[in-house]
Design a protein around this ligand. Structure first.
Ligand SMILES: C[S@@+](CC[C@H](N)C(=O)[O-])C[C@H]1O[C@@H](n2cnc3c(N)ncnc32)[C@H](O)[C@@H]1O
Length: 415
């Protein structure tokens, strides 16, 4: 059949906001009221779906059965770490086809924290964070973990009280060791301990187009920085989230990731981060206003250049010089993670003018830098590899040069 369509947004997104809005203490109190009226018989045990899972799925549906969600647990997942889903039966049936569930070898080297290159330390005003215990270089693996909980966001909105109950079922089924690492993460507001931990720590991802929260308990230990020193990749087949150094990280330095799109001016970044209940005091946001103005203006230029260089319509005005400017701006702004994307855009821009030697050079640099941070990594890498090997047979070859000549001809001929 069709491959499972899994899309990972690689940051904490607006879904968290949606839940946050709904998960005030008021809602929690109402939820607990409703729960008191429930007996265990009200919750369905569905034997017919047990198939793959180590526990009987526990299911809930709406009145006309158009929506149904169940808790599916595999206590043996990822060498005993375990995982619980709260999702629809159709999605659960597709999920077990992923290599995460069919090939235990894919998790051999993950969730291994025996000698990590970091330690947990408390930072005043930010809670815990990870700090390098040795010098790290670009590309070094910092941590790779699997999610312990994956929850379809719609499931919570079917009935809030029941959503809470199922969330607890999902976590309670996991081992004590796994529960301990969940409870080690931060909850930034009072309220339900599990719900608030999802709010504070979960990433957003799609399975079959449906938004889900993914809870990665070690990834969750990293604080946010608008100029992070890491980049990450989410493998949609193994469900492994891997974080790598994006530059040299010195011993004792805090290891940070970004929770947001960092190519926004400070005011917007802070607004988005307020959803996690903190005012960003990261290395960038805490600079002087003059410096912030410079940074904001560079960010605007970066966005413009990225848009122009990604324009492959016949009216594109992109040039290789723009790509060179973009690479410089990434450096000036310390956006290390984007280096690969910059070289990829440069490779394409040169090839589109027929400059194959610079196209090859940048394709090689892009491949060396690591290109993207989401599930399409392989596709981009294959495309770049193809260009490096044979630029003239790549789709981008001479495209923009020909378009420009065509435009000039029509101007001359008065068309
Ligand atoms: C995913 S957790 C990160 C780890 C957390 N500090 C802990 O103690 O486990 C997210 C929470 O950490 C804090 N945090 C993360 N980055 C921060 C920053 N740049 N400035 C202030 N607080 C931050 C906020 O309280 C946020 O809700």
């Amino acid at each position: 059949g069709q491959p499972l369509d899994v899309n990972f947004q690689a940051n904490f997104t607006e879904i968290a906001e949606k839940v946050k809005v709904n998960s005030t203490e008021k809602v929690l109190a109402a939820a607990l009221d409703v729960l008191e009226g429930f007996d265990d018989e009200d919750f369905l045990q569905d034997d017919s779906r047990s198939g793959y899972w180590t526990h009987e799925p526990e299911c809930i549906h709406n009145d006309d059965h158009s929506e149904e969600y169940c808790v599916y647990t595999d206590k043996t997942f990822a060498r005993g770490r375990g995982i619980s889903f709260f999702t629809s039966p159709t999605i659960a049936a597709r999920v077990v086809e992923l290599s995460a569930f069919t090939d235990s070898a894919v998790h051999e080297d993950v969730n291994n924290f025996e000698d990590p290159p970091w330690e947990i330390r408390n930072v005043p005003g930010r809670g815990n964070g990870l700090f390098a215990t040795r010098t790290l270089h670009r590309g070094d693996l910092i941590l790779a973990d699997t999610p312990v909980g994956v929850f379809q966001s719609d499931a919570f909105f079917l009935d809030y009280a029941i959503g809470y109950r199922y969330l607890h079922t999902a976590f309670d089924r996991l081992s004590d060791a796994t529960k301990d690492i969940v409870m080690r993460t931060a909850a930034h507001s009072p309220g339900d301990p599990y719900m608030e931990r999802i709010n504070t720590n979960a990433f957003a991802g799609d399975f079959e187009g449906a938004p889900h929260f993914l809870f990665y308990p070690e990834t969750a230990l990293m604080n946010h920085d608008c100029r992070p020193n890491t980049l990450y990749h989410h493998d949609t087949n193994t469900l492994v989230h891997s974080t790598y150094a994006s530059r040299t990280i010195l011993l004792g330095e805090e290891i940070t990731i970004t929770y947001i799109n960092i190519l926004e001016p400070r005011s917007e970044r802070r607004q988005v981060l307020n959803r996690w209940g903190f005012e960003c005091q990261c290395s960038l946001c805490s600079r002087s206003n003059a410096e912030i103005n410079h940074s904001d203006s560079r960010i605007r230029k970066i966005n413009t250049l990225q848009t122009q260089l990604s324009d492959w319509t016949e009216n594109s005005i992109a040039t290789p010089a723009m790509a060179e400017d973009l690479l410089l701006l990434y450096e000036e702004e310390h956006i290390h993670a984007a280096k690969g994307i910059g070289h990829m855009l440069a490779a394409l821009a040169y090839n589109a003018e027929g400059d194959i030697s610079l196209a090859k050079k940048h394709a090689k640099l892009a491949l060396e830098s690591g290109v993207v941070t989401d599930g399409s990594k392989e596709a981009d890498e294959n495309d770049l590899e193809a260009m490096r090997k044979s630029p003239k047979s790549h789709w981008s070859y001479l495209v923009r040069k020909k378009q420009r000549q065509e435009r000039e001809r029509s101007v001359k001929s008065g068309r």
